[in-house]
Design a protein around this ligand. Sequence first.
Ligand code: KIV
Ligand code: NA
Length: 263
Amino acid sequence: PPKRITAPQIMARKREKPIVMLTAYTARMAELLDRHCDVLLVGDSVAQVIYGHGSTLPASLEMMIAHGEAVVRGSSRALVVVDLPFGTYEESPAQAFATASQIMDRTGAGAVKLEGGTAMAETISYLTQRGIPVMAHVGLTPQAVNVLGGYAARGKGNLDYSRIMDDAIAVAEAGAFSVVAEAVVEELAISITEAINCPTIGIGASVKCDGQVLVVDDMLGMFDRNPKFVRRFDDFATRIDEAAAAYAEAVRGKAFPTQQHCY
Ligand code: KIV
Ligand code: NA
């Protein structure tokens, strides 16, 4: 199988070809996305997308490991990055290392991602110095929804703007190989992208970032309501509805199975 893209290779893509990243949670989806994406993110959004929770907070370590294993199994080329779930890394660098090393060991992923800026800089440096590449995540950090008070865009006030700027610089200086910037105003995305030496990967952060990420189910149009920053590249919800309706009609009308589906 072809060698996987590495974290240092992603880092070297700063100001080069845009980095293509999507989330993936299952083996077959990972297999389908692998040849198009540089990075597959096993996001803690799995809690919402796959398990139907209202936020990412209920994502557990066991969930992340199970879906991480599936995505690594299904892919062969993309760098697989697994989110550290809420409550498994924030307490101390040692706690983060115990969690991240377990994820790396059990899934075969090439890196982890964690949320937070200045407060997580020490942890990022601790992990990278001990063999674990870290993707950081600043701006709108969904695990902090209860502190932020919602999912509104960030960087609109001067204080918020300069705090997020400081966050991005802190995580980059701590050794993050890339930084996800979520739901930040374009001007801030530009400032961050210019200020730091590692690539920025935007989600709702304008085209000026060094790469882009979306939740795959959002991009496929699986949900009715979508944040402003999502572009639906397809309408899977409608397609599934139509396919299920056609199946139901065929079963009820005794039009399926036919002779060709029988032994
Ligand atoms: O969990 C997730 O899907 C993410 C992306 C939105 C960046 O963290
Ligand atoms: Na996440």
